[in-house]
Each structure stands twice: as C-alpha cells, then as structure tokens.
Design a protein around this ligand. Structure first.
Ligand SMILES: Cc1ncc(COP(=O)(O)O)c(C=O)c1O
Length: 407
C-alpha cells in the first residue's frame, strides 16, 4: 500500500486529476466460483423455496455465532419485524432505540403499532448510551416498556451488559440489531449469542450475502418457534401435530407473513459462511491500516474501539473535526466523490426523517450527540474484496482532500 500524500494537488472537483479512474464503492459483495456453483446446484435440484438448504444454513449459522436457534428471513427488515412480533409488541407499547441507524430498526416497532423512543448515543461508539436511557421521562413514569433495540453501529457491539441489565430490570426484551456486526465479539462472545434476539442482514454490502436475506438468532425455544411461525403466515410448524392428524393438515395460529428465505439464497449463504472468517480478517486488516494511516491526519476523528469489543467493521465511519477545517461535510464528501472514492453517510438520524417528524412530531435537539455526529460523518469504502491499491487510493484521496481544507 502506498504512503499517504500530504501535498496540495489540485482537487478533482476543481479540475485536477482524480486519485482513481473508476469509482470505488463503499461496499460490495465478495462472490467466488464456489458460491456460483452452490446456487447452480440448487437450481438443478427439486427444491427452490423451502428445502434442505434452509435448515442446513440455519444450523450452521447458529453454530457459527454460538446461538441455540437461528431462523432465516427474506431480509434484515423482515427479520426485525419478526423480532418485534416475537417480543410481543402491541399498540401503545414503548420501545427504546437509537437514532443512529437505518430506518428499518425503528420501523419494525411501528409495524407492530408500538412507539419508538429515541435515546441518544455515546460520543465514542455512536451506540445507544445506557446513561441516557433512564433520563427519558416516559420510563420513569410508565411501565409500557416492552423492548430495547440496540444497534451495533458500524460493527461495534452496543453496550450489551448495561442495556441488557436495564431491560431485565424493567421486564423488557433486549433485541440487538447486528445487521452491521456479524462476527463481532463482545467480552469474548460472538454477537448472536448474547441478546434475547439478534438480527442480521445478508444484503450484498454486509459480511455475508444471500442477495436479500436476514436471520434472527435466539436461545429461547419459544421465541424461536414464534419467529418460525411468523415468517410462514403464522402457520404452526408442529410436526407431531401433523403426524397425528395427517400430512395435509396445518393450522394458522397467528397472523404472519411470507418472509421465508429460499433454498437458492440459503445455498449461497452456506457457501458464503465458509469464507466469513477470512473476510472478517480482511475487514479488520483494512480498519487497522486506515487507523494507522489517518492517525496523524489532523481534522479527522477515527472510530474508537472499546476494550470489551472486537468490531466486525461493516463500515469505517470517520468524523470531521469541523473546527479545524475550512470546509463542511458536504464539501468534503463531494470532493472525495470527485476523486472517485465512493464515500457515503451513515446515518441521517431516524427521528429527523420527514415521516418521523410529521407523524410523531420529532425534530432537532432530541438526540444532540447523534445529530452532531451526523453533520460530521463520512463512511469510507470497506469491503473484503478491496485490494491494497484500493485501500491506498482511499488514504491518498482523504489526505489530499483534508489537507486542502485544513485551516
Ligand atoms: C442497522 C440496519 N438494520 C436493518 C437493516 C435492514 O436490512 P435489510 O436491508 O436486509 O432489510 C439494515 C440494512 O442496511 C441496517 O443497516
């Protein structure tokens, strides 16, 4: 990897030569011939929808994260919906969650008619701040709290012990949105084995892809059975009952959905699972390289890692120290894009989206730490297929743009 540039080349946005000729995306899937072969084999088999690959993928996935049960879903979003349903959320219930996430985390609360209560994040990890929870008025005066949904932002596990303790004290379930964090560890345990329910996404930019897809892991057998039913129209999957009454018989016992993941997708997931540890190691290597390269670049605040955490680095979000720069996030973002670095921003705080403002009256000032972070955040490219030259290009482009805007 080449050394960072610190000179004042003309920025591409001002007519200079871009650091790269072709745009480097912020994330992308890593597929190989074995993945393609696994899918082709299923296409030639008798099963396209729910067949043997679904059970096999769920079993292997549960083993990998160290959970008793894994229930596949058609997306991370439907998996979140399943978790919200299994937590028993009903209209009027309250659920604490973080604003620093993709809107699906909070939307699943609304799907059940429950009320999301946004609690601000810690300034270092941008994960839900346990100290902020008890400050929320509603939890001091009501007992409608049913669940807390934390997010492992960028792949750094949330404060699972502290939040989990609060949830337990209030008779609420802890749901972990680990869509960024497959492979992350918290106090030496993989996420997926810790919270009451943990939700994963298999979107192509994530650690493992099935195209669209998701999973919920849980240790509790009742939660697992509720999740299984929910993703299959609410139909009971009790095999003993079927045997007693005839193979044709089934009962719909709850209102569910068709949120099933196909055998085609699960075959891809199984094949991808074999490469997960290698891909995770590469993400960690890239994060370490970025950290070393940017440590001495003034104007940048790098993601911090707490002692109890080993992040999975879905994203590498840097924050701009605006006080030491002459440009704002928008200018620096556009300048990096002009250098053909596919930077992105994660996230617009959920409570600031028009739907949440207009429907629930949310607005600025509710979560000052998340809102200030949003003004400063830029996600750099991070995916295992990045070559050393790609990583070097990102470092060169960031150094070039930041040195241009340095005070
Ligand atoms: C934190 C988080 N939660 C949930 C989701 C939804 O996952 P999916 O796109 O698989 O529906 C995403 C997707 O990007 C996410 O980043």
């Amino acid at each position: 990897m080449s050394a960072p540039l610190t000179n004042l080349e003309t920025l591409a946005i001002q007519g200079g030569t871009p650091v790269r000729e072709k745009l480097l995306p912020y994330g992308r899937q890593s597929l190989d011939d074995a993945d393609l072969q696994a899918v082709v084999e299923v296409l030639k088999s008798d099963w396209l929808t729910t067949g043997p690959k679904v059970d096999e993928f769920e079993e292997r996935f549960a083993e990998w994260v160290g959970a008793r049960h894994a229930i596949s879903f058609s997306s991370g979003t439907s998996a979140l919906h399943g978790a919200a349903f299994a937590a028993g959320l009903r209209p009027g219930d309250e659920v604490i969650t973080t604003p620093m996430t993709f809107c699906a985390t909070a939307n699943c609360i609304l799907y059940q008619g429950a009320i999301p209560v946004f609690v601000d994040v810690s300034a270092d990890t941008l994960n839900l701040d346990p100290r902020e929870i008890s400050k929320k008025r509603c939890f001091r005066t009501s007992s409608r709290l049913k669940a807390i949904i934390v997010v492992d932002y960028a792949g750094h596990p949330a404060a699972l012990d502290e939040v989990g303790e609060f949830a337990k004290q209030h008779g609420a379930l802890l749901i972990e949105d680990a869509c960024h964090a497959l492979g992350a560890e918290y106090r030496g345990k993989r996420v997926g084995s810790i919270a009451d329910m943990t939700v994963f996404s298999f979107h192509p930019v994530k650690h493992l892809t099935t195209g669209e897809g998701g999973m919920v892991t849980a240790n509790d057998a009742t939660l697992a059975e509720t999740l299984r039913r929910f993703r299959n129209h609410g139909i009971s999957s009790d095999a003993r009952q079927r045997q007693a009454t005839g193979q044709w018989y089934y009962e719909m016992v709850a209102l569910g959905f068709n949120y099933r993941l196909t055998d085609i997708a699960c075959a891809l997931g199984l094949s991808q699972l074999k490469k997960l540890s290698t891909n995770l190691a590469r993400r960690r290597e890239i994060a370490a390289y970025y950290a070393a390269a940017f440590r001495s670049v003034p104007g940048l605040i790098l993601p911090s890692v707490r002692a109890e955490a080993d992040p999975a680095w879905h994203l590498y979000p840097i924050r701009l120290d605006l006080a030491s720069l002459t440009g704002d996030r928008g200018q620096i973002f556009r300048a990096l894009r002009a250098e053909n670095i596919g930077v992105n921003v994660h996230y617009i705080p959920v409570h600031l989206h028009p739907y949440y403002r207009e429907r629930f009256g949310h607005g600025e000032g509710e979560c000052p730490v998340a809102e200030a972070a949003y003004e400063r955040l830029i996600s750099l490219p991070m995916f295992p297929g990045m070559t050393n030259a790609d990583v070097g290009d990102v470092v060169r482009a960031v150094s070039k743009v930041i040195s241009h805007y340095a005070k």
